[in-house]
Structures are given as C-alpha cells and as structure tokens.
Design a protein around this ligand. Structure first.
Ligand code: FE
Ligand code: FE
Length: 164
C-alpha cells in the first residue's frame, strides 16, 4: 500500500465537508420552518443561501485539485443534525425552542469552522493559495453566522427561556 500523504488527507477532509454541507443545506429549511422568532427564521434562510455557495466553492476546490466532487459520509454532522432534529421535536411549542435551535445551529457552525480552518491551513501548507483563499471566504461566513447566532441568542432566545 502506498504511503498516504497530506494531499490524501486534504482530499479526504474536503469530501467530508462536502458531504456535511449538503446535509446542512437540507437541514436549514427545517430549522427555519421550526424557528418561532422571525429574526431566527430569517437568519436560517440567509444561511441556507450562503450554504449553497459553500457547496459551489468546494466544487471549485475539487476542480483545482483536478478531482471529481464527491462526498464521504461524515458521521459527525449526521449526529449534530440528529440532535438538532431532536430539539425540534422535543421542544416543539415551548418557549425554549428557539434557544435550542440556536444551540444546535452553533454546533453545526463550530464543526464547519473546525473543518474550514484546518483545510485552509493545509491548502496553504500544500502551496494551493487559490484554494486557501476560497476556503477562507467560507470560513469567514461561518464565523459571522456563529456570531450572529450568539447575538440572536442574547437578544431573545435565552431571555425567553428564562422567563418561562
Ligand atoms: Fe457552510
Ligand atoms: Fe454554516
């Protein structure tokens, strides 16, 4: 067996986040539908549109590598999304629902931030400046989304949950 390199690891991780982004693309409309506050609904809808671009950017990186864009099953994102679905189900109609949805969404964003942070650094290490730039753009959007969610949580969800 040929020895594996950082290039192999980069490609594997790219496939992991490609799979994850596609799952997230399907989960976000459900979260938007479930959210009670119009602001949280709007935040999920906005990030759904951004996620569509994240998928396209990953396809650009596959292109740079001269590889076909294919996903690799990512059990981590499946578990994180499953927990979000549980909150949607178990806290339906409760004052704590939006707080729960924000927490579930932030777990997703933090997973993405971890992956994109790593991929960006590896792209730099492997001399792929263009790929690093593309990955960096998405990394910034994930971080902004995470901060926006914190803002929403502070402004309404946590307060509402406490008031109950
Ligand atoms: Fe994303
Ligand atoms: Fe995201």
């Amino acid at each position: 067996m040929a020895e594996k390199t950082l290039d192999d690891l980069f490609l594997d991780t790219l496939k992991d986040i490609y799979y994850a982004e596609k799952k997230i693309l399907k989960a976000l409309p459900k979260m938007a539908k479930g959210a009670q506050s119009p602001e949280l609904k709007a935040a999920f809808e906005k990030h759904r549109d951004e996620t569509e671009v994240h998928v396209e950017r990953l396809e650009q990186v596959f292109d740079i590598l001269g590889k076909r864009a294919v996903g690799k099953v990512c059990p981590a994102i499946e578990g994180i999304i499953e927990e979000g679905a549980e909150i949607l189900d178990e806290f339906k109609g409760s004052v704590a629902l939006d707080a729960g949805l924000v927490s579930a969404a932030q777990a997703v964003e933090h997973y993405e931030i971890a992956r994109y942070g790593t991929l960006k650094r590896w792209a730099e290490a492997l001399g792929m400046a263009d790929a690093a730039k593309i990955l960096g753009k998405t990394l910034d959007e994930e971080s902004k989304t995470d901060k926006a969610l914190t803002g929403l949580a502070d402004s309404f969800a946590n307060d509402k949950a406490k008031a109950a």
